[in-house]
Ligand binder design. Structure first.
Ligand SMILES: NC(=O)c1ccc[n+]([C@@H]2O[C@H](COP(=O)([O-])OP(=O)(O)OC[C@H]3O[C@@H](n4cnc5c(N)ncnc54)[C@H](O)[C@@H]3O)[C@@H](O)[C@H]2O)c1
Length: 350
């Protein structure tokens, strides 16, 4: 299968691209690392993907490249996993609102327009939405309940969902995945666990926004990748919305205590005001994912945090040893023959 992964220089997208390639799919990885919330991190991850067999990278800003370039990108694709966008509630206020509208709404509208006009049958398009569309949960949130977006980011994702559902009405087999607080190796530097672990390893106080009682359905990235790839191949009603979240909703304070236990280091907390738009609780109803995809989040918080901690430690070791950016250093000997040439050719064409 030919799979286009957008946002492939990002946290989740890079894992999806690698996993799809490992499954033997032909992967076209698309990103514009300069559009990332953390351009330096995205550039490092993008460089890492270059060395992965089965992945061809194409640098393209989905909100800006000519529409025919998008059409060429999607030509012959069996599935598109659309993870490109501007994540994050906190940074979506003020000037950030323009960026979420551009990179979430406009980019998705343009991508779906190209999928509609695909020369052969339109590809399956799996679109990333967010648990933030629900607002604060008082019980498990079901896909059919009304949405209550409380930030520009959440509103942009509601709009992204509407675009995907409208495209399904026009014959594009879309699937909307509402992702719940994803964590694990390569987690974005602005996200809570990344900041917590780095602070603990540096013997700095851990910065916590609010009182730490806010709860999240923390979902490990390998589980999210598995759900995403299942969504590219499983027979599903077009335009279906599916929660991808761990069934437990746990407090940040609890997660911190687990990090404390894992690292064996006491955690000193530095409190700051709660962030505007950050909901009190997210909580996933998981029956639909189980029924339609046969998926459930299998990774416990302890196991997932241990994996993320190991990644932070490995990255530090690689940096200390001077073996490159330390995202996931890959020995040069494992570079696939011709990888660079293949990559550059596509980039030059575009
Ligand atoms: N991480 C989470 O917990 C979480 C939860 C819910 C939803 N999501 C959604 O999942 C997706 C991936 O999230 P992530 O955490 O991996 O974010 P990320 O920032 O690590 O990855 C997003 C990538 O999209 C790229 N991008 C942004 N605008 C682009 C554009 N115009 N053209 C091409 N590429 C562009 C960025 O360069 C970046 O590499 C996002 O849509 C996000 O909103 C993430």
């Amino acid at each position: 299968m030919r799979v286009v992964v957008t946002g492939a220089a990002g946290f989740i997208g890079s894992h999806v691209a690698e996993a799809a390639a490992r499954q033997g799919h032909e992967v076209v990885a698309v990103d514009a690392p300069a559009r990332s919330l953390s351009p330096a991190t995205a550039a490092e991850t993008w460089a890492t993907l270059w060395s992965r067999p089965g992945i061809t990278r194409v640098e393209a800003d989905l909100a800006a490249v000519p529409q025919e370039v998008l059409g060429d990108l999607l030509a012959g694709a069996d599935a598109v996993v659309h993870l490109a966008g501007r994540p994050g509630v906190r940074t979506s206020w003020g000037r950030g609102e323009r960026a979420v509208r551009r990179d979430n709404v406009l980019a998705t509208r343009r991508l779906l327009a190209s999928a509609r006009s695909a020369r052969r049958s339109p590809p399956r398009v799996v679109v990333a939405s967010s648990s933030s569309v629900y607002g604060s949960a008082t019980g498990p949130c079901h896909e059919d309940q009304p949405v209550h977006p409380e930030s520009p980011y959440a509103r942009s994702k509601v709009e992204v969902e509407r675009l995907a559902i409208a495209a399904a009405g026009d014959g594009v087999p879309t699937v909307v995945l509402r992702l719940f607080s994803v964590y694990g190796p390569r987690q974005r530097p602005d996200m809570a666990f990344h900041r917590f672990v780095e602070a603990v390893l540096d013997h700095r106080p851990v910065p916590v926004l609010g009182d730490g009682s806010q709860r999240r359905a923390f979902t490990e990235v390998a589980d999210v990748v598995r759900a995403t790839l299942l969504a590219t191949t499983t027979a599903l009603p077009p335009g279906i919305v599916i929660n991808i979240g761990h069934p437990e909703s746990v407090s940040l304070g609890h997660a911190l205590s687990r990090i404390e236990r894992l690292t064996g280091r006491p955690v000193a907390v530095e409190r700051a005001d709660a962030a505007r738009g950050d909901v009190r609780r997210t909580w996933a109803a998981t029956a639909r994912a189980a029924d339609l995809l046969g998926w459930e989040a299998g990774t416990s918080l302890d196991a997932g945090l241990a994996g993320q901690l190991a990644w932070h430690l490995g990255r530090r070791q690689a940096r200390a040893a001077g073996s490159g950016p330390g995202i996931d250093p890959v020995p040069a000997a494992t570079l696939p023959p011709g990888a660079a040439a293949r990559d550059q050719e596509l980039c030059r064409d575009r």
